[in-house]
Design a protein around this ligand. Structure first.
Ligand code: SAH
Ligand code: SF4
Length: 362
């Protein structure tokens, strides 16, 4: 295709959507030698550049390719979402962004920093189709999947924000923002391939956690991926009927199937499973429910993360008290399951999934 002609908008692609081998093929197909790929890749992903025009460090063939192919009306564009809100929590540990995508849709991205180590929490969809009753994103419904570049761009946004403050870059990544990652499987895997690629962002796959509400076919596929990502399963209940009341998607993938998929993930990858449990007062926080959870996890190398509910508009539930949360944790630990009670951080920046967007865009 002649890069100088205006490209049909439907055929335009984000450079951030491309994995390293795909970018290389694009360049080679245009007659640019593959050695230039690394240079462009570093600019995009290591430097987190928002523009790659007229760079003195690019040799002529690459500069020319960029000139002909990247920019307004050309084949490729860059994903660089606009910041609509940038809020820091009062404890200084959480920074939350509301970002606007090219089509005007908005997503949330969070940086969490404990002891100088930073974790990005990114979104994988605009909205979510799973409809969990206690989740602000679930309440808003599903709008669309994110492209790989839109997921990568959130990580790059965090890198820029950290660098601008002279802080070290990201160490960890969690896919716990808006959306269900395993409902957008291919885009998520492509994004993770890009994010973990060595001359670029270069996050270690072992420091990347994919959180799922329990999309069983996705868990089974993830187990086969060549890279060992961590799996976090949002269980919230160890009883099918109770779980379905909180998580409508639980009807499609009952607990027995879900737990079997977790066991299989564990066996195939050798990795421990993280169980996420949002503690809701009187709903899933009794000692009997802790015992039941320990029973269903028997034989599984699982680590349980307990998170007191973030209050959500339109959901009646309240967070479990500190004492009850502690009691729940003690039961799990006595049963041999390491458990972490997460602090409620960032409440003042609406750090719960989908909450900032809910407040800002209605
Ligand atoms: N869809 C995926 C990942 C995004 S949600 C999943 O459900 O796992 C990330 C985590 O936030 C999940 O564990 C989810 O249960 C939790 N969550 C959602 N709403 C919450 C709220 N109001 N309070 C506390 N945790 C919440
Ligand atoms: Fe979707 Fe996760 Fe929210 Fe459930 S908790 S609605 S799966 S984002």
């Amino acid at each position: 295709m002649d890069g100088l002609k205006s490209t049909d908008p439907a055929e335009r692609r984000s450079l951030h959507d491309l994995t390293f081998p795909t970018l290389e093929s694009e360049l080679v197909a245009a007659g640019v030698r593959s050695v230039h790929t690394r240079k462009l890749w570093r600019a995009l992903h290591r430097e987190a550049a928002t523009c790659v025009d007229n760079r003195a460090d690019f040799l002529t063939p690459l500069r020319r390719w960029v000139e002909e192919n990247v920019g307004e009306g050309k084949r490729f564009f860059l994903d660089a979402p606009k910041t609509l809100a940038d809020l820091k929590s009062s404890d200084g540990q959480t920074r939350k962004f509301l970002l606007q995508l090219r089509d005007g849709q908005t997503i949330e991205t969070v940086i969490m920093g404990y002891t100088g180590r930073f974790t990005a929490c990114v979104s994988t969809q605009v909205g979510c189709a799973m409809g969990c009753t206690f989740c602000a994103t679930g309440k808003a419904g599903f709008t669309r999947h994110l492209r790989p570049g839109e997921i990568v761009a959130q990580v790059l946004h965090c890198q820029r924000a950290l660098r601008a403050e002279g802080l070290p870059g990201l160490r960890n990544l969690v896919l716990m923002g808006m959306g269900e990652p395993l409902h957008n499987y291919d885009a998520v895997i492509a994004a993770l391939e890009i994010i973990t690629h060595s001359p670029g962002i270069n996050l270690t796959p072992r420091r990347v956690t994919v959180s799922t509400v329990g999309v069983v076919p996705g868990i089974l596929r993830l187990a086969q991926e060549p890279r060992p990502y961590n799996l976090a399963v949002s269980l919230h209940s160890a009883d099918d009927a109770e779980r379905r009341a909180l998580i409508p998607a639980g009807r499609r993938w009952p607990l027995e199937e879900l737990l079997a998929a977790c066991r299989s993930y564990r066996e195939t990858t050798g990795r421990k499973i993280f169980v996420e449990w949002t503690l809701i007062a009187g709903v899933n926080d009794t000692p009997a429910q802790a015992v039941q959870l320990a029973a269903v996890l028997a034989g599984m190398n699982a680590h349980v993360n307990l998170i007191p509910l973030n209050p959500v508009e339109g959901y009646q539930g309240a967070a479990t008290s500190a004492d009850d949360a502690e009691r729940f944790k003690t039961i799990l630990q006595a049963a041999g399951f390491p458990s972490t009670l997460r602090q409620r951080r960032g409440i003042d920046v609406d750090a719960g999934c989908g909450q900032l967007r809910g407040r800002m865009v209605g």
